[in-house]
Structure formats: C-alpha cells, structure tokens
Write a protein that binds this ligand. Structure first.
Ligand SMILES: [Zn+2]
Length: 417
C-alpha cells in the first residue's frame, strides 16, 4: 500500500499515537508525513511541536520521524501517548505541485517524443528534473513545445486521480509509464500498483503526493536541458515563484536584447543573425585592409634594407600588429620573396631577404624573425633576447620572442647597428 500522505495529500494536521521511540526517532501508528522516496523529498514539519529533521521508511516498512538535534526529549511523548503532527503546508504544496508538474511534462512528452521512457526524477528546492529516454533530439524547438504543452495541460484544468490496481493489469496497459526509481512504495505486498492519472493526458505508476487538478500546478518554466548519460535527456523546470521569476528574467533579457538590436522580440533571431553576418563581413574587410596596410608598411621598409652579415635584411617596427598577423608576411618575404614583394619582386631570381626581423607591441614588445635559413631565425631572436631579456624560440627559418624590456624602436635600432 502506498503512503498515507500520498493517498491523502491535502491532510497536513493530524493526531496519532507513538508506537515506537528510540531517542529522537519516532514511529507513529499512522502518519501523514511523506517519507523520502524515489526522487521526492521527505515532508517537513513538527511532531509535538518539535521540528522533524527527516522522515524515512525503515527496512521493516515503518515510517521513522527523526526529530531535530536540539529537541528537548523530555517534551516528546512516550510510546502509547498521543502526539500532534503538523506537516509544513507550504513545502507539501510545493512538492505536490512540482511532482504533478513532472507528470504533466511527461504527458507533453508523449505528444512530442518518440520511444519515450522514464529515466528518473528528482524534486529539488528550486527546480525539478525529469530524465527522459527518447529517440527524439530535444532541441530548443522541442523544449519550447514541451513547456507550452505542459502549461496548456495546466490551463485545461485536468482532474488528477490515483488508484491501486492489480500489477498485472497495470503492466498490460501500455499507456502507464513505469519509473523504476519511484516504484518503491508503488508496488505493495498485494501485488497492486498505484497509478496516477492526469485525465486523458498521462498515466504513471507513482507513490508520491499530487494535486487533484492540474490547474493547481500554476505556471511551469523550463530552465534547462542536458544529457546526463547515454540515451538520456534531462529536462529541468521550475514551478511557483522560481518559475515566475525566471520567466520575468527571460522577458527582461529578451526585451533588453531587442532594444540593443533595435528590433521587436519576435524579430530577435533575424536581427541577431543579421548582426552576426555584418560583423563577419566587416571583420573580413578590416582584415583585408590591415593586410594591405601591413604590406604597404613593409614595402616602405624595403626602401631602406639593412646590410648585415653580408646579406640583405628587412628590419622595422610593425606597431598596431600582433606577432601572428605579421608572421606569414615575414615568412613570405624571407622565402622565395616573389609574390610578397621582396627585393627581387620583379620575379626573375625569386629570392627574398636573407632575414626579415620585425618588432612590435602586443601586451609587451615582441620580435619576429624569418630567414632563408642562414642566419638561423632562432639565433637572430636569441641575439635580441640576450640584449633585452624576455624569451622565445622557433624553427631555423622562423622564430619569435616576447616580453622584451625595450620599445620596438630600440629593438630595431639595435638590429640596424
Ligand atoms: Zn507522481
């Protein structure tokens, strides 16, 4: 048989007799406190005025109320004495609404999800999670529809009923959802199953506390979706104040975004997409322009090449550019030189500078060196870091250093000596 609390969830105040007591652990002849079971937390409240810290079902099936640590044990009735129980109404109501909402969500899932099954369920202080097993990808669109249909079921004010029926009958009715985790308390010794029905919408074997009509659930807001394991999709939602607050936050955020993009809320996706495309286009344009600027800057430097170690070096500063931006052009100028406009850009010999060494600032002063191999790029950078600190390294034909304790101009002056 299911718990008395599940059968009569609206009863929150009662009198019972103590039948067993061991310190702070109290067993009554009957109790309307819900003992924690399959994803639904225990009720809160008081026994003889003492706060109840926890309610659990013992192995022998008895429900044990554990009183709070600081309970005055003298004031707790002994075995055989009557005791008044008061279940915390607001928490009980929250659990009833949240729990029934999970059934409504599952009912909505019946209309939207293929090969649907129950994977688990948990009622938390602020949110509820339901794990679905389904072949359907619960994307944003499906998630929004799940929320819509759940709230529609609330509005439709569907009666919610519960009854114990023979297990064989329950198993033969395909529409009844079984959740292995909440079956504790569902199966009884008499081989009956407790079935909770949202009229025409959902049927589940369940031992928890529920409201009698879906309209009591109030607004339901889907919070999040995730994949906790293979084939499982977790949907988190809220009811009550948390649901209402979250809805308001979403509206506020959507309206603020719409204001920024000078669009209406329904037009937000289009406006955001257009803004993204615009950024992409402008970024490409900017990159092209910067590349041209860099090419022009390097061409100017090419007017004053440096004779060094018997070779021709291109040395200069590249303020406004980062090391990664200048690397490719430096490599090209030091390589075959042809396309990138080296000293023999006219094309015949296809030879570049013996070394291209550029200094700039990117947080700190950096140096980039590209060579044809002689001198080794790493040696050039090593010379600079020996003089100005910092560190660096690279391959024989390309190296870079950073963290130099000098301005780019000082590095260039050093290299031009
Ligand atoms: Zn339930």
């Amino acid at each position: 048989m299911s718990q008395l609390a599940a059968r009569e969830p609206y009863t929150t105040s009662f009198e019972a007799t103590v039948v067993d007591r061991d310190g702070r652990a109290v067993v009554l002849d009957e109790t309307y406190f819900y003992a924690e079971s399959g994803g639904q937390p225990a009720d809160r409240g008081t026994l003889a005025g003492a706060p109840v810290a926890h309610v659990r079902t013992r192995e022998d099936g008895d429900i044990v109320h554990r009183l709070a640590e600081d309970t005055d044990l003298e004031a707790v009735p002994e075995v055989g004495q009557p005791v008044r129980g008061q279940v915390d109404e607001s928490f009980r109501t929250y659990c009833m609404r949240a729990h029934t909402a999970s059934h409504a969500l599952y009912g909505a899932g019946r209309e939207l999800l293929a090969d649907l099954g129950y994977g688990g369920f948990d009622i938390g202080e602020r949110k509820v999670r339901v794990d679905f097993t389904t072949a359907t990808d619960i994307d944003d669109e499906v998630l929004a529809d799940l929320e819509r249909l759940t709230n529609r079921a609330v509005w439709d004010s569907r009666p919610v009923t519960w009854a114990e029926i023979p297990e064989a009958e329950a198993r033969s009715r395909e529409e009844i959802a079984f959740n292995t985790k909440t079956e504790e308390g569902v199966m009884s010794e008499a081989d009956t199953v407790r079935v909770v029905e949202i009229e025409g919408f959902d049927w589940a074997a369940c031992g928890g506390t529920h409201v009698e009509n879906t309209r009591e659930i109030g607004p339901v807001t889907v919070l999040d979706r995730s994949n906790p394991g293979e084939g499982l999709t977790r949907v988190e939602f809220a009811v009550g104040p948390t649901a209402i607050r979250r809805r308001a936050e979403d509206v506020r955020a959507a309206r603020a975004a719409a204001r920024e993009l000078d669009a209406s809320v329904p037009d937000l996706p289009d406006a955001a997409r257009q803004a993204g495309e615009e950024i992409e286009r402008l970024t490409a344009e900017l990159n092209d322009a910067r590349d041209e600027l860099l090419a022009a800057r390097l061409a100017d430097l090419g007017d004053e090449p440096v004779e060094r170690d018997g070779g021709e070096w291109l040395v200069g500063t590249v303020s406004g550019f980062g090391p990664n931006e200048v690397a490719d052009r430096a490599k090209a100028l030091a390589g075959d030189g042809g396309d990138a406009g080296g000293p023999d850009a006219s094309g015949d010999a296809e030879t570049g500078y013996d070394a291209v060494v550029l200094a700039g600032e990117d947080g700190s002063t950096f140096v980039v060196a590209a060579t044809a191999g002689d001198p080794a790029a790493g040696d050039v950078v090593g010379e600079v870091t020996d003089a100005f600190g910092g560190g660096g390294g690279g391959r024989p034909t390309f190296a870079q250093g950073g963290g130099l304790d000098a301005t780019p101009e000082e590095v260039v002056a050093f290299l031009r000596e």
